[in-house]
Design a protein around this ligand. Structure first.
Ligand code: AHR
Length: 615
């Protein structure tokens, strides 16, 4: 086929078009992107017990609620030493399915109480092999009257696997017949941008490579809570981690909230992502809904959160922010009210709940773009206030994504209105069976859908694949864009990850008209240009056979004769697995000219991005 790209006409493309959606699901936060590697370190959630801990050297361990660290961290680890015990003893923590141990520098923090003076040994050790990859002796002077905080750093050698634990040892002779208490043990590798309490560098780098423009957080369902008091609460996720109580998250595990509001915003700033801040709308997953006048305290709470983020340091919450080391306000330009308020019996009250939040927030912060959590008009106020965007989610089969290609072609264009595709992914095959791993066919169907979004990106302002990340051993939702576990090299991009990366890194500011020799299907395309004269042409082949494609831009001048061509393809049902990545984009060059075109072959179930740069 021939695609003849016009250099004039077309529509503007949203500068935010592609981005990331993050919620703590699949242990994507604790045990995933957050840098802290030890599990159950604050005994948070509904039933922490001694999860992840083990005695070392014959000690006895207990979760002790009578010796809390703070009013937020209400239990500590009691380590008792029986009479006659000798040598160095203590406890270990096996992290989230093993502690990832790499040739890296680790920061280690812990709190300790009980009478003890002298050496504490911190180690990273193979739990089966017993090989010690790191060991660090520190001198402590612990007292029985209060917890004392300790921190240290040390380097480690590389473990060949993920079967590792962290352990803390002390001299038993000082403690025989008695106990010591420990709390909030924390272990961090060097973090992304070397932030204190930051996100993992390897995961941060991997996500940065996608080239996204925004981060939607903190959910997803994990915003909502099983009941109102269990919702994600911004003010429980700020300040020193010993003051963060954590919560039982909506995906059946404890959230420490060490990855809290300020850490999300640090992530945004370090990755140059526009924050899309979700606030609670009164809807819970458990079916409890707060509406009417009962919603007023929650509206006030949202205003307090915005004052914390945006207020001057002379305001109550702006001063609180400053007290946590952040004087400058954050850049909050977009805010979403709720998540999927068309579901969980939320529809009938959403219009009034949305309006309560909207009126208060818009009056105080008129420049913030406010997003409703559904496009369903029956759940929305009518008319929708000018400037409000709406969020739609699609978890679909490949065929469904193909039929959604033109979803927005004839959508009404109203000034100021925009669509956010806040979550989408191919999750099942056409027969309805769950697709646990993103396949080539599924990713190509997503590409077809994304071409439809990009063609309409005057209206479609943002789109984000979901979920973003899973810990392979702890996942309750698949497929996910990226996965990891404790093994070296386990950080894996799904086929969809590479598709996202190709699309996001090849964005123009204007979507250009294209005249073609055939209609859409099985090939789909979109062309764009940048303000600096680069052209991108994206093509997805959802057919089973290769197609010859020629791209011409007759009116373009000064283009390099050599184009760059990136192609992602493979057997339809192939996937990338941890330590077994077979589907990767390939890059080649194609020679041609603006009038004669650039010709290449695109395999069946293939996605191509042709980049034409000014010479
Ligand atoms: O992405 C997984 C879940 O799908 C999200 O939590 C929710 O918003 C949607 O239903």
């Amino acid at each position: 086929i021939i695609l003849r790209v016009s250099t004039t006409g077309g529509n503007a493309s949203s500068p935010l078009l592609y981005g990331l959606m993050f919620e703590d699901i699949n242990n994507s936060g604790d045990g995933g992107i957050h840098g802290q590697l030890l599990k159950n370190n604050g005994f948070q959630g509904t039933s922490p017990g001694l999860t992840a801990y083990a005695a070392v050297g014959g000690t006895t361990l207990a979760q002790d609620t009578s010796t809390p660290l703070t009013t937020a961290i209400t239990s500590s680890l009691k380590v008792s030493v029986a009479s006659g015990t000798t040598g160095f003893v203590g406890f270990s923590n096996s992290g989230y399915g093993g502690v990832p141990v790499n040739a890296d520098t680790y920061a280690n923090y812990f709190w300790m109480k009980g009478t003890y003076s002298g050496t504490v040994i911190l180690q990273l050790i193979g739990s089966t092999s017993g090989i010690v990859y790191a060991t660090q002796n520190i001198t402590v002077a612990s007292s029985s009257s209060a917890f004392t905080y300790y921190e240290t750093t040390y380097t480690s050698t590389q473990s060949p696997d993920g079967d590792n634990v962290w352990q803390l040892l002390f001299d038993a002779s000082q403690v025989v017949g008695s106990s010591l208490w420990f709390d909030l043990v924390q272990l961090f590798p060097v973090t992304y941008h070397e932030r204190y309490n930051g996100i993992r560098k390897d995961v941060g780098d991997f996500l940065e490579a996608i080239g996204g423009s925004f981060l939607r957080f903190p959910g997803g369902n994990n915003l909502e809570g099983a009941y109102p008091a269990n919702r994600w609460q911004w003010n429980a996720t700020i300040g020193p981690v010993e003051n963060r109580p954590g919560r039982q998250g909506d995906w059946s595990y404890a959230n420490t909230d060490a990855l809290g509001l300020m850490e999300y915003l640090q992530w945004c700033e370090d990755m140059s992502l526009t924050p899309i801040l979700a606030i609670w709308s009164g809807l819970t997953l458990g079916g409890g809904i707060i509406s009417g006048t009962a919603l007023t305290p929650y509206v006030d709470d949202a205003l307090n959160e915005l004052e914390f983020l945006l207020g001057s340091t002379s305001t109550t919450y702006g001063a609180l922010r400053a007290s946590y080391g952040r004087t400058d306000p954050y850049a909050i330009t977009h805010l979403e009210i709720g998540n999927e308020d068309n579901l969980s019996s939320g529809c009938s009250t959403y219009a009034s709940r949305f309006t309560a939040f909207y009126n208060a927030i818009h009056a105080a912060y008129p420049s913030i773009t406010i997003i409703a959590s559904t496009t369903s008009s029956s759940c929305l106020p009518s008319p929708l206030p000018t400037g409000v965007w709406t969020d739609i989610h699609h978890y679909e089969s490949p065929s469904a994504f193909i039929s959604l290609f033109n979803e927005f072609d004839n959508y009404p264009r109203t000034t100021g209105y925009g669509i956010f595709v806040g979550e989408y992914a191919n999750t099942a095959n056409d027969a309805g069976a769950t697709t646990y791993w993103s396949t080539v066919q599924g990713a190509v169907s997503e590409a077809v859908y994304m071409i439809g979004l990009e063609r309409n990106s005057d209206l479609v302002k943002m789109a984000s694949y979901a979920p973003l990340l899973e810990h392979y051993d702890l996942a309750e939702w698949s497929p996910d864009l990226v996965g990891l576990d404790s093994r070296p090299g386990s950080l894996t991009g799904s086929v969809s990850y590479y598709n996202q990366k190709m699309f996001s890194n090849a964005r123009g500011s204007t979507i250009l008209p294209v005249i073609s020799t055939v209609d859409f299907g099985p090939l789909y395309w979109v062309a764009s240009s940048t303000t600096t004269g680069t052209y991108y042409v994206k093509i997805a082949n959802y057919g089973t056979t290769a197609e010859s494609v020629t791209v011409e831009i007759p009116a373009a001048t000064g283009l390099n004769a050599t184009a760059s061509l990136e192609i992602l393809t493979g057997p339809a049902l192939s996937s990338n697995y941890p330590l077994d990545v077979t589907v990767l984009p390939t890059t080649s060059t194609v020679s041609g000219s603006a009038s004669g075109g650039w010709t290449f072959s695109l395999a069946g179930y293939g996605v191509a991005v042709l980049t034409l740069s000014p010479s």
